[in-house]
Design a protein. Structure first.
Ligand code: S3P
Length: 172
């Protein structure tokens, strides 16, 4: 038996995609990555969507595609860092399933993003210092929304055992 619909949220670099793959294995469900689905559907990379169509268009597509998951039964999905913050997506996800916030520390986020920024249009052209400032500012803006998740795991708590424990609370 396994939890039905699991939405992983959190800033870019918080490990949503990594943990979605892990959870899919032991929860015996399909694992998705929202950015990958958007890219497949739009036949463009995320940076191309941002540069050719703009962020507003990306957010509309993101909101449309996340809602396709209404029809799906059992899955875990890594959402994009901004997903909960637009088009009432947070409330929608909370009604559909279990929303887990991976609240990684600023230090870890910044170091991961500095090492891996090219696929992320919001930071691709920023210097290391600018990335650090960007992350701090975005967290101030987004934390009030992320905080609405059903569950929050902070840096030290983002571990397989903890994720298992809280997902098992939702076995059907
Ligand atoms: C974004 C995060 C990205 C992607 C897009 C915008 C954001 O996803 O959706 O570049 O607004 O934080 P990841 O969190 O998977 O990097």
């Amino acid at each position: 038996m396994a939890a039905e619909k699991i939405f992983l949220i959190g800033m870019m670099g918080s490990g949503k995609s990594y943990w979605a793959k892990k959870i899919a294995k032991w929860n015996k469900c399909v694992g998705y990555d929202l950015d990958d689905i958007i890219e497949m559907n739009e036949e463009k990379t995320i940076p191309e969507i941002f540069s050719e169509d703009g962020e507003d268009a990306f957010r509309k597509t993101e909101a449309k595609i996340i809602r396709w998951f209404k029809e799906k039964k059992k899955f875990v999905i890594a959402t994009g860092g901004g997903t909960p913050c637009f088009h009432d997506n947070m409330n929608w996800m909370k009604k559909e399933g279990v929303v887990i916030w991976l609240d990684e520390s600023i230090e870890v986020l910044v170091s991961r993003l500095i090492a891996n920024k090219t696929k992320r249009p919001l930071i691709a052209n920023l210097s290391d210092d600018q990335i650090s400032k960007f992350v701090q500012e975005k967290l101030v803006e987004r934390n009030p929304i992320y905080q609405q998740a059903h569950y929050r795991l902070t840096s030290d708590e983002i571990k397989e055992a903890n994720l298992k424990k809280l997902i098992l609370k939702h076995v059907s």
